[in-house]
Design a protein around this ligand. Structure first.
Ligand code: UTP
Length: 502
């Protein structure tokens, strides 16, 4: 046994981790030692003790001091005059064309609810094109670069930073290599890894997943801030001249990459930190609400407030606390520096009580039926409180938010089917708005529906490549007054053929 391991674990209060050491093979010992040596004993002790304590923590209801954000801090892509919207978009495109904007993907999660053994970004929700989430996102970056170049006659790059974890880094790297970075320049795609922390039982003892393997979990999407420091990502951004970063989650199939309107709005407002939100679908929808509690901007979960507060409405009938957080954020690089240099240690650690596979005292594997352990996570949005100028930007859910969280059998919500439908409905709407007519099996025109029920399949299948249109723009010249049979797959080649009148 490496001489330091027992000392390290004694100092951390976790000597039991080595209880099966004598039974391990040389390779298992090497791997366990390598995992343990990465952990600092003082921090490990604090982490385990805090996890056990935190489970008992009682959160006070936060209603009393809760207020919606003031009007001047909010913008909307829905309730704004076209002139303001146009000027925000222009500002956004300007910043993109100046190479000031990067996108940052949070892709370190384990995707346990979806239940696949590979990173969520590699998931194919069953679109006609067979594209994965990673491919869709890569193509959206290419398109926004292209639009900025066309508008401002300047070549530009939107670098893509991808935060992965021990689970997702290697397969993501391999996947991108296999697909030639989906047409992006490899040096502009920067992958880095977030930290992993041990899961502990309710007594604060590290859980062994196997005799020689600790149950490790990534430290939440708020692990971003530590990972930025550990991997010198802000230095990389400085070298490239990046000033604004658009951060988003891997699982939202409708995400707009480096959204010019959102970026332009935040920049014009002089914000250092911003959040995109959608109106809550119903009062008890389990999404966090962006609001202000006792003067501090934050996200409050619906479970943290009373039913009366959740259901409170304004005179116009809209929910008072309706700004649903969709994990889509704007940060200036300067703000990220202040967080990483000063505030990161103050970030709250949230407790997630989970069923964690482990070994029993004899070393036999156990799959628990009830929660048996604690994972501690930081959340990316917990930095709002440190912002000097915080804004929110409201967008339309059906245009911008449909997350892939659950496996198909978990009902209708946030599943592969609901994500696929959300995207196909959106493209169907764009096509119809651009003047396309779809034909049924008997070659009769399908009348475009006025209502768009997202629980049903659209009346015709239409998928538009992000390389053809990013927000439904520019489609009339290919689609207006033309008839199409379902499925219509609008690729770059297909529109080139349509342009030639074929
Ligand atoms: P979720 O909270 O939905 O978690 O992550 P998840 O890991 O994807 O799925 P479950 O809960 O295990 O089923 C929201 C976003 O935050 C990222 C995820 O990759 C996703 O983009 N994330 C989550 C991280 O980057 N790191 C983490 O430690 C956790």
């Amino acid at each position: 046994m490496p001489r330091l391991l027992p000392e390290l674990l004694a100092e951390a209060g976790q000597p039991e981790v080595l209880r099966f050491w004598e039974q391990l093979s040389a390779e298992e010992r090497r791997l366990l030692a390598a995992e343990l040596e990465r952990l600092e004993p003082g921090e490990l002790r604090a982490h385990c003790e805090e996890a056990a304590r935190a489970r008992q923590r009682h959160t006070e209801p936060r209603d009393r001091l809760m207020e919606p954000l003031p009007g001047e801090a909010t913008g909307s892509s829905i309730r704004t005059d076209t002139e303001s919207l146009r000027s925000w978009r222009e500002r956004g495109f300007h910043e993109i064309s100046e190479n000031h904007v990067a996108v940052l993907l949070l892709a370190g999660g384990q995707g346990t609810r979806l239940g696949v053994q590979y990173p969520k970004g590699m998931y194919d929700v069953g679109l006609p094109s067979g594209k994965t989430l990673y491919q869709i996102q890569a193509e959206r970056i290419r398109k926004v670069q292209q639009l900025a170049e066309e508008k401002l006659s300047k070549k530009c790059t939107v670098p893509w930073y991808i935060m992965t974890s021990e689970f997702t880094l290697e397969p993501t790297q391999k996947f991108f290599t296999l697909h030639n970075y989906f047409g992006l320049v490899k040096s502009n795609v920067v992958m880095f890894e977030q930290q992993m922390l041990p899961a502990v039982d309710f007594n604060g003892k590290i859980i062994l997943e196997q005799k020689g393997k600790i149950a490790m979990a990534p430290d939440g999407n708020g692990g971003l801030y530590r990972a930025l420091t550990n991997n010198k990502i802000l230095e990389d951004m400085d070298r490239r001249g990046i000033r604004f970063v658009h951060v988003y989650c891997v699982d939202n199939i409708l995400v707009k990459m480096a959204d010019p309107a959102f970026i332009g709005f935040c920049v014009e407002k002089g914000a250092d930190c911003g959040a995109k939100v959608v109106e809550k679908a119903y009062p008890t929808e389990p999404v966090g609400v962006v609001c202000c509690v006792d003067g501090i901007n934050q996200v409050v979960e619906y479970s943290e407030v009373s039913q009366a507060t959740v259901e409170r409405r304004n005179a116009d009938g809209r929910l008072t606390f309706n700004a649903g957080n969709i994990c889509n954020h704007f940060f200036t690089v300067d703000f990220l520096k202040s967080v990483t240099e000063e505030f990161e240690p103050q970030l709250k650690r949230h407790v997630a009580v989970k069923k964690i596979p482990h070994v029993d005292e004899k070393g036999n594997p156990v799959k628990p039926e009830t929660p048996n352990g604690i994972k501690m996570e930081k959340f990316v949005f917990d930095v709002f409180q440190f912002s000097k100028k915080f804004v929110v930007f409201e967008v339309l859910r059906e245009e911008e938010f449909s997350p892939l969280k659950n496996a198909e059998n978990a009902g209708n919500k946030d599943t592969p089917s609901s994500a696929r439908r959300a995207l196909l409905w959106q493209h169907y709407r764009w096509a119809v708005q651009a003047g396309a007519h779809f034909l049924d099996q008997k070659d009769n025109r399908i009348s475009p529906l006025k209502q768009f029920p997202d629980t049903e399949e659209p009346p015709a299948v239409c998928e538009i490549s992000p390389l053809v249109s990013s927000e439904g723009e520019g489609l009339e010249k290919y689609l207006k007054d033309r008839e199409f049979r379902s499925p219509l797959l609008l690729t770059e080649q297909a529109v080139a053929a349509l342009a030639q009148g074929q």
